[in-house]
Ligand binder design. Sequence first.
Ligand SMILES: Cc1cc2nc3c(=O)[nH]c(=O)nc-3n(C[C@H](O)[C@H](O)[C@H](O)COP(=O)(O)OP(=O)(O)OC[C@H]3O[C@@H](n4cnc5c(N)ncnc54)[C@H](O)[C@@H]3O)c2cc1C
Length: 502
Amino acid sequence: MNMEHPIGDPDRAALGGQHLDVLIVGAGISGIDAAHHLQDRRPDATFAMVESKDRFGGTWATHKFPGIRSDSDLYTFGFKWKPWKGLPIASADEILIYLDEAIEENDLRDKIHFRSEVVRADWDSETQRWTVTLRQGPEGEETQLTCGFLWMCAGYYRHSEGYMPDWPGMDQFKGPIIHPQTWPEDLDYAGKRVVVIGSGATAATLIPAMAKTAAHITMLQRSPTYYYPRPKLDEFGETLKALELDDALVHDIMRRKFLYEQKVTIKRSFTEPDVLARELIDGARAYLGPDYDIETHFTPSYRPWRQRVAMVPDGDLFRTIRSGKASVVTDSIARFTETGLTLESGDTLEADIIVAATGLTLNALGDVALIVDGKPVDIADSWTHRGIMFSGIPNLASVFGYLRTSWTMRADLVSDYVCRVMDQMQSRQARSVVPSLREQDQDMIASPWIDPENFNSGYITRGLHLMPKQGDHQPWVMTQDYHTDKDDLPAADLDDGTLIYS
Ligand SMILES: Cc1cc2nc3c(=O)[nH]c(=O)nc-3n(C[C@H](O)[C@H](O)[C@H](O)COP(=O)(O)OP(=O)(O)OC[C@H]3O[C@@H](n4cnc5c(N)ncnc54)[C@H](O)[C@@H]3O)c2cc1C
């Protein structure tokens, strides 16, 4: 398969004027999962998937920086229904091949309409339909269709641009300033001095990859991050494969193993954070040696897992630092200069290229303008219904995955739940369902979409004001806890008076 080319006809314009039961927005891993569930559980539903880019894959098509790979294992990041057969950590290309196979095996190729961006959706309570406005094709021509249900699988960040802080003097720097989300494919960094700003998962991925040819890489961080070194090869998984068990069985066992390990680690991050922190820090020390200044560069001030812990396969980041090809500076930027950076400490860093691994720009529901019965709706004013639907917004569900556990584990539970809601609508002969607060929900204490005490990565806290509120009891809470959701979501009462069917 040539991964550079779209898998469908990008200019297919047959959507305009159609009515569909369901419109899936986004052809990333969540959109493909949603389509699989819909076909499997509601085979009579008419549906299409629309994708603003000319390729499927979402995150894995957008990001093209050196070394791009998953941070999670693919047994849990992959689908429950399609065994992963490779090593636990996969490159973007391997993930795209897996998604391509999923599209082929589920006959979804003709369902996906590329270069079709949803810009607006108008709900009309009279007809109980959404009128969806799309920008399609290379010219961005507007077209409309109607659908009964909108299933948003648009991810959680703006794909067109990453988050770039506005530092003093940026315009003076003579070399390129690159954001990993918009990586120029012709960027030649061989023999160049590179400064990477940031020390999260993206920095940890691209530094070992760039160090192969760059003259030197400096990882500049304001404060240290936790890393989790683990072998690329999973011995237990290799043993299972050697036993010639069925692929689906190996996938299931490995999935359970990784979920169990995550559960134990996340629990320990609350019950014995200091012990866990010491283990993670000692992991870095083991690679970097006793003389390395671990205290300054690898000892974070927060509890582990309050931000995502970046995975380091075979300790590659640490090996690169140890080899001298990369080094770490813990300091803040005072300003950019013609030749690099001046830091708050007064030190300077010389650079030919600066990479700002500074994160994502969170967005809500793919930046689609929502109108309900003629009135614009701001999703930030709504209450989340189990982190899937929103008070006052009919016939719309959205996939937001886990931030600590693999995203797809939640996408999968959400897909099951949405199909169940649709079944419920059918059994009640209803054409609309809207989450509404009951009497006893009126005085709920509001809290943010993600509790910053629990998880406070910059990209989440920067965008929290765009997201819906949570209440203080179900169904108005998004737990972000797979081990709670796996039992609660499939058993959730769809007749508790918070879902109004008509
Ligand atoms: C570099 C990187 C690495 C990551 N690694 C991991 C990991 O290892 N494990 C993990 O759990 N998570 C990881 N994540 C988080 C990751 O984004 C999700 O796990 C997952 O890929 C999200 O899938 P998705 O389909 O929900 O959204 P996305 O991958 O964001 O795809 C959404 C799709 O919707 C399309 N879209 C958006 N708005 C519209 C619109 N209005 N109209 C039409 N189409 C639209 C977009 O073009 C895109 O193709 C990573 C994120 C990044 C940035």
